[in-house]
Design a protein around this ligand. Structure first.
Ligand code: ATP
Ligand code: MG
Length: 249
């Protein structure tokens, strides 16, 4: 990133993986504050693995993670939540049998304060009126987009300063993808730092502030989203079509 950019999160030389398999081979990334940054890269590049590492769900062998001046490398997910990080993993992560409001209540468990959870739920309902309308509904019967909204709302309940979101657009119709991106931009405008993984690389970068390209567990390129979109190397890196920078609008 540009040396003048205000960085909220930095990883330095992260090495880690699963068992004896190393996936992150010295990953060093920088995430600008109060901005939307999209991580792209080929399948298997280690994007989701990096997010697990950031949230304390991966065995990190060496390297560091610094969040706003605090070394959070060794923290577990609960401690990361308490330090202002929230994580929306890839896929569906709601309790389908429970109502919308019980899903939200569950999201607030780490607050250990039910009245406070309920106050925050009202704020989530203000931002997501559809969830309020559906609060008594079984979450599994919501549309895909509404379920993603519930997951994002549940993460927002913790009022994080840093949101990790892994492939929010998967399985959503183009309109719902746009709505989800709009929602993330609104959160960014409120000062939340968002780090998002997207396969839908061109569209995601076109609404993002910054871009990070990962390849084989290493940083391949970063910069403003426009710089990444227009970088001649990106076409070559993504030969096979994850990104087609010369594609039609
Ligand atoms: N729980 C796991 N145990 C063992 N290997 C894993 C596990 N999860 C992921 N991997 C392997 O780690 C590598 C990186 O996976 P990861 O999910 O981080 O990639 P990704 O960049 O998110 O890819 P995609 O774009 O397909 O989501 C892959 O080779 C994958 O098979
Ligand atoms: Mg992934």
């Amino acid at each position: 990133m540009d040396t003048n950019t205000d960085i909220i999160l930095r990883t330095h030389d992260l090495i880690g993986g699963y068992g004896r398999t190393t996936i992150l081979h010295g990953t060093s990334v920088e995430v600008p504050r109060a901005a939307l940054t999209t991580v792209i890269g080929p399948n298997g590049a280690g994007k989701s693995t990096l997010f697990k590492a950031l949230f304390g769900m991966l065995d990190i062998r060496s390297g560091t993670i610094d969040l706003d001046g605090t070394d959070i490398t060794a923290m577990n997910p609960m401690q990361k939540l308490q330090n202002g990080m929230a994580y929306v993993p890839q896929g569906r992560n709601i309790f389908p049998q429970l109502s919308v409001e019980h899903n939200l209540e569950f999201g607030g468990v780490s607050l250990r304060n039910l009245p406070e959870t309920h106050r925050r739920m009202e704020r989530v309902y203000e931002q997501f009126p559809i969830l309020k309308e559906r609060r008594k509904t079984q979450a599994g019967t919501l549309s895909g987009g509404e379920q993603k909204m519930l997951e994002i709302g549940r993460a927002m309940l913790l009022e994080p300063k840093f949101l990790l979101i892994d492939e929010p657009s998967i399985g959503l119709s183009p309109i719902l993808v746009q709505q989800t991106f709009d929602l993330l931009l609104k959160l960014r405008d409120k000062g939340v730092t968002i780090l998002m993984i997207e396969q839908n690389a061109k569209q995601a970068l076109s609404i993002s502030d910054y871009g990070i390209v990962l390849q084989q567990g290493r940083l391949a390129l970063d910069g403003t989203a426009d710089d990444v979109l227009n970088h001649p190397e990106i076409g070559r890196l993504f030969l096979g079509g994850v990104v087609n920078v010369e594609g039609d609008e």
